[in-house]
Design a protein around this ligand. Structure first.
Ligand code: 3PY
Length: 248
C-alpha cells in the first residue's frame, strides 16, 4: 500500500531559534513503520542541526533544491551529496518559486532529480500550472510536458515523489477544489503508469498549495492524493502536526 507522505516546505524561513518547532514535531512522532511518513524540507542552514534534533524520531529532514553536480566551482550552490551528508533524505526540485526566481527549466529539474538519485536521496519533483495556463484550458498539456521533462530517465516508480502544486494556489490562500485536484492527480497517475507500468500506481503524488489544518482532511481524501507538500502551515509545529494527524 502507498504510504502517505506529509512534507513541509519551510522555503526561506527559519532561524536557528526555529529549531524548537522542529524539536516539538520530532518529540510528537515516535518512529514507526506504519502510518504516514513525516518530513520537513528546510533551508540549508538548518538541515544538519534539525537532523540531529530529529534523530530517534519518525521525522525526516529534506532540502529545498540541489545543484546537478556533485561538487565544484558553483558559488552558493549545494549538491545532493552535501544535503545527504547533512542528514537529508529527500529534496524538493522544480518548485514553481525556483522555476520562476532562478529560471529552472524542466531539463534543469530533471538533472537535479538525477543528482538526488545519484546521492541516494528521494527527489520530490514539483509540477503545476499558472492561472493563465488554467484559464487558457492548458492544464493537462502543461502537466504532461512538465512530467515528461522533469522526471529523469533513471527515475523509477518507487524512487521519486511527484508534487502537484498549482502556481495560483501557492502563497495566495487560494486552494484548488476537490474536482480540480482529482482531475490533475488522476491524469498524473495515468502518465506515471504509462511510464512505469503497474509500478506507477505506487508513486506518491502529493498536493501542494495553501494546504492547512482546515482543508487538509478534504484534500487528503481526494482520489490519487498520497500526501501533502505544505508551505506556511508547516512552520508551526501545532499546525503541521494537526495535518499529520489528519492523515493518520
Ligand atoms: C505552499 O503551500 O505554498 C507551497 O508552496 C508548498 O510547497
Amino acid at each position: 500500500m502507498t504510504r502517505t507522505l506529509i512534507a513541509g516546505n519551510w522555503k526561506m524561513n527559519g532561524l536557528v531559534g526555529s529549531l524548537t518547532e522542529i524539536e516539538r514535531v520530532a518529540a510528537a512522532v515516535a518512529p514507526s513503520q506504519t502510518g504516514p511518513e513525516i518530513l520537513l524540507c528546510l533551508p540549508a542552514t538548518l538541515i544538519h542541526p534539525a537532523a540531529a534534533k530529529a534523530e530517534g524520531s519518525a521525522l525526516k529532514i529534506g532540502g529545498e533544491t540541489c545543484h546537478p553536480k556533485e561538487k565544484g566551482a558553483h558559488t552558493g550552490d549545494i549538491s545532493a551529496e552535501m544535503l545527504k551528508d547533512a542528514g537529508a533524505t529527500y529534496v524538493i526540485v522544480g518548485h514553481s518559486e525556483r522555476r520562476a526566481d532562478h529560471g529552472e527549466t524542466d531539463a534543469v529539474v530533471a538533472s537535479q532529480a538525477s543528482a538526488a538519485l545519484r546521492a541516494g536521496i528521494t527527489p520530490i519533483i514539483c509540477v503545476g500550472e499558472t492561472l493563465a495556463q488554467r484559464d487558457a484550458g492548458d492544464v493537462l498539456n502543461v502537466i504532461s510536458e512538465q512530467i515528461a521533462g522533469s522526471i529523469p530517465s533513471e527515475g523509477a516508480a518507487d524512487t521519486i515523489v511527484v508534487a502537484y502544486e498549482p502556481v495560483w494556489a501557492i502563497g495566495t490562500g487560494r486552494v484548488a477544489n476537490s474536482e480540480q485536484i482529482a482531475e490533475v492527480h488522476g491524469f498524473i497517475r495515468e502518465l506515471l503508469t504509462k511510464q512505469f507500468g503497474e509500478a506507477g500506481r505506487g508513486t506518491r503524488i502529493l498536493y501542494g498549495g495553501s494546504m492547512n489544518p482546515g482543508n487538509a482532511e478534504e484534500i487528503l481524501g481526494v482520489a490519487e492524493v498520497n500526501g501533502g507538500l505544505i508551505g506556511g502551515a508547516s512552520l508551526k509545529a501545532d499546525d503541521f502536526l494537526a495535518i499529520y494527524r489528519l492523515a493518520a
